[in-house]
Design a protein around this ligand. Structure first.
Ligand SMILES: [Zn+2]
Length: 116
């Protein structure tokens, strides 16, 4: 069975609530992965797939904690200007989680959960 988190609770792929079973390996693995992902979004951020297109449009893609693919797009000064994505805000249309785009110490463009 595939899982997702809906409103902070375990659910199946269709969004129906699932009762937690102790010792259920699939559930434990899913919840561990989910927690790891949340920790990343709340910590150093999750790296975006960034691509630069003609006429200098930077676009970035990442997956929300609910699994929804989120795109952002910004006008860039030149083809290396990934930084134009920084400080953009994005709200997931499905689960309403708010993100802000940042740049981490390694110079990667990352998404973080925005608590403001
Ligand atoms: Zn979402």
């Amino acid at each position: 069975m595939k899982y997702k988190i809906v409103n902070g609770k375990l659910a199946d792929e269709q969004g129906n609530p699932v009762v937690l079973e102790f010792g259920n390996r699939d559930q434990i693995d899913f919840i561990k992965d989910y927690q790891r992902m949340l920790d990343e979004f709340n910590g150093d951020g999750v790296e975006l797939d960034v691509s630069m297109e003609a006429h200098y449009t930077a676009s970035g893609y990442f997956r929300c904690t609910c699994g929804t693919g989120l795109y952002i797009e910004a006008e860039a000064d030149d083809e290396d200007d990934e930084d134009c994505l920084v400080d953009w805000k994005k709200t997931c249309r499905i689960c309403k989680t708010n993100y802000i785009i940042d740049k981490n110490d390694a110079g990667n463009i990352v998404a973080k959960i925005n608590h403001d």
